[in-house]
Structures are given as structure tokens and as C-alpha cells.
Design a protein around this ligand. Sequence first.
Ligand code: PRP
Ligand code: URA
Length: 210
Amino acid sequence: MDRKVVIFDHPLIQHKLSILRDLRTPTKDFRDLVNEIAMLIMFEATRELPLEDIKVETPCGTADCKQIAGRKLAFVPILRAGLGLVDGCLKLVPNARVGHIGLYRDEETLQPVEYYCKLPKDIEERDVFVVDPMLATGGSAIDAINQIKLRNPRSIKFLCLIAAPEGLEKLEEAHPDVDIFCAGLDDHLNENGYIVPGLGDAGDRIFGTK
Ligand code: PRP
Ligand code: URA
């Protein structure tokens, strides 16, 4: 099956993304919106989960229904900003496990620096959704997925709020088997590796650290 790259054009996502970008949006609203958009992205990213037939007794008869056929999911936020998407994802799939990968970009080299990795023990049986608000140079996403692949999960998808064309291209090239879902695709990276127009520093805006 061909790999998917989805850039959303849904009006709700576009509307929420506009508020998120606004530099006047306060921390609490920013955090809420990140979770709401994460939920909307996850709704689409789980579209291909397999179903099985079940019968359900209603007050008026028997209905032929469907249920998700026992797939196990894991959400893996890239620390720290990826944490902002986890609650939204868990609202849709409350039984998913959550792993964590700690990476930050060195401000000079823009290369990812790893400081933490804790993934579910049974990750080999799980479909993994790596979540991070920003795909800028692509270094952090590529590195996180490299680490997860060492543990042989069933599949990996990557979800983000805003991607730069440079990072998207690099991620597509490095991991051609990973489906990618971005709420928005922006114009370019500036000389400091920030997405333009983007939304600024996602971690600082989620946690109010600047
Ligand atoms: C941000 C963002 C990504 C990374 C993207 O994290 O959340 O993880 O930058 O940049 P890249 O595609 O060029 O690697 P940051 O390094 O600012 O760390 P933080 O989440 O701890 O704030
Ligand atoms: N990380 C962010 O938080 N924002 C960017 O624009 C790029 C990397």
C-alpha cells in the first residue's frame, strides 16, 4: 500500500489553527486548541483501523454492528511539546498506551539531542502514533522514529500541527513507510530553523515558559 501524506483542509482545523498561530492567544487557550486539533487529526489518522462484525441487542431488536478488531495503539509524544497533544489523542482512544521520547534541538546546530526514551514493553504488537506540534527541519521526528523502529512496532504514523516543506520532504525521504498527518503546511524555515509563519516556539507557548 502507498504511504499517505495528509495535509488537512477541514474548516474546523483551519479555523482552530488560525487562533493558535495568533501571538495574542493566551497559554490556556493555546493548550486547549492544541488538544482539540490533535483530536481532529487523530480522528483521520485512525481511519484504517480494522473492524469486525458484532451483533448488538437494542431495545427494539438485533443490530449488525462493527467494533475495532482488537488493535493495540501507542501514542509517543516527542518531549516536551509533543505532550501537549496527548490528552486530545487519549480522548479518542482512552486505552492506548503512552511512550515518551525526549529530544531537544541544539540551538546552534539544530540537531536533535536525545535525553529520554521509555516505550511500552509490548510495542512490537502496537501501532505507534508519534506526535509533535512542529515538523521544522525534520531532525527530531526522523530521530524519534529511528529509535522507535529499533523496537519493531507493527506500524508508525507521524502527526503534527504545522510542517515546513523542508522537514516534510526530509521525513518522507528518511521514512518512506511512515504515514504523515499535518494540520497545516507552511511556507519555509527562517535562519534560526523556525517555521514561517508558524506559531513560534510550540513548547514555550504550551507550557508558558516564555
Ligand atoms: C520543537 C518541536 C519539535 C522540534 C522540531 O521542540 O516540538 O520537537 O522542535 O524541530 P526540528 O524538526 O527542526 O527537529 P524543541 O526542540 O523546541 O524542544 P521542546 O519541545 O522541549 O520545546
Ligand atoms: N520548534 C518550534 O517550536 N517552532 C518552530 O517553528 C520550529 C521548531
